[in-house]
Design a binder for this molecule. Structure first.
Ligand code: NAG
Ligand code: NAG
Ligand code: NAG
Ligand code: NAG
Ligand code: NAG
Ligand code: NAG
Length: 301
């Protein structure tokens, strides 16, 4: 394919026939190579408009890819509870899947990565090929960040559990994945999203959800130490604090060891990819070309 295109472009052509060739080549590429459609889910306080750079990177490297950036739960609406967002995003994404015989790719940023995990666990006939989790607090969040100060000025990380693990707290997205390592029992009882999705709190549908999640072909976990928001940053790769706020990596986490929702199976299958990059702040993950080239491009074919 590459060789054929190069040979053609070396011949001398008039402007019109060059244009024709260019158009032919573009349509042949997208028809023959047939990149799977890409669906993008945004995070907390942002919206579809933040992803123009990512869309451009995809269009440049894989021309003809149909990219859908789901425009739902924008900005302050992103504080709505995650199970509600799972239903909303699912309704938008499902028809796109049905249009894609060879499956789709899912890129989910920040909080959106948890929404996507909810979709992948509860949608029994999804056809997601690569699930790219882009700096997403997959193991939860525990930190005094600017977001926290802005949202809950009366609280700090050490006392937010008082609010978060109540039924009122669970109506706020960030409380759905608030993971206080000093109050594990209250988290297990009170977290109606992360603890359930992880099957840390017994869930009658856990086996089904695990099978659904395992329909993906690749799990790509992207994050890094200079993120500044995801705390600890290793949460983007399923690491988390223990009771002493020492980070325990994914492979020593209970959910991994007991394979409660499929992580260990994915690893054993060779379908888990970790991509850690220094020098990227939280709001730049989707707009940094190096991140795209290093961590995403090859999984979007
Ligand atoms: C994709 O790239 C082509 C060719 O450069 C351009 O015409 C088109 O507008 C781009 N589409 C998007 C959505 O950026
Ligand atoms: C892109 O995908 C959407 C959703 O499946 C579909 O409605 C739209 O027609 C597609 N666009 C192109 C250019 O194929
Ligand atoms: C467990 O959660 C339920 C429902 O949110 C709550 O009513 C109950 O008080 C909690 N129990 C403990 C021991 O925290
Ligand atoms: C389990 O699945 C059933 C049927 O799909 C559903 O009605 C129920 O709400 C689910 N249970 C939980 C805990 O999500
Ligand atoms: C946490 O620190 C305490 C006191 O230093 C120690 O006894 C305990 O074993 C530590 N726990 C873990 C899980 O490392
Ligand atoms: C993009 O990522 C690279 C590699 O991690 C980093 O060195 C660079 O500073 C980043 N650029 C921006 C603008 O964030």
């Amino acid at each position: 394919m590459e060789g054929a295109c190069n040979r053609v472009s070396h011949q001398r052509k008039s402007g019109a026939s060059r244009l024709l060739l260019f158009l032919l080549r573009a349509s042949v590429l997208s028809a023959v190579v047939g990149y799977r459609p890409v669906i993008i889910v945004h995070g907390l306080f942002d919206s579809a408009s933040e992803f123009v750079n990512l869309q451009r990177f995809i269009n440049q490297t894989h021309p003809g890819t149909n990219v859908s950036i789901i425009d739902l739960f924008d900005r302050s609406a992103s504080l709505q509870p995650l199970w509600k967002q799972v239903e909303g995003f699912k309704d938008a994404i499902y028809p796109i899947m049905q249009n894609a015989a060879d499956g789709v790719h899912l890129i989910c940023y920040s909080q959106g990565g948890l929404v996507c995990r909810g979709i992948l666990s509860t949608l029994s006939n999804h056809n997601v090929h690569s699930f790219i989790s882009l700096s997403s607090p997959q193991a939860g969040q525990y930190g005094d960040t600017d977001y926290l100060k802005y949202l809950f000025p009366q609280f700090v990380k050490s006392n937010l559990f008082h609010l978060c693990y109540t039924s009122v707290g669970q109506r706020i997205s960030i409380c759905n994945y608030w993971n206080d390592p000093h109050h594990r029992d209250i988290y297990l009882n009170g977290s109606s999203y992360l603890a359930v999705l992880n099957n840390e709190r017994p869930n009658p549908n856990a086996t089904q959800w695990k099978n659904n999640f395992l329909r993906i072909n690749k799990l790509v976990l992207i994050g890094g130490p200079d993120d500044g928001v995801i705390t600890p940053w290793q949460s983007s790769q399923f690491g988390f604090f223990n009771e002493n706020e020492t980070v325990v990596e994914m492979k020593n986490q209970e959910v991994y060891l007991r394979d409660t929702f499929g992580l260990k199976t994915l690893q054993a299958r060779g379908d888990m990819v970790l991509c850690a990059m220094a020098g990227v702040v939280h709001t730049q993950w989707h707009s940094n070309q190096t991140v795209f080239t290093t961590c995403m491009e090859k999984w979007l074919t």
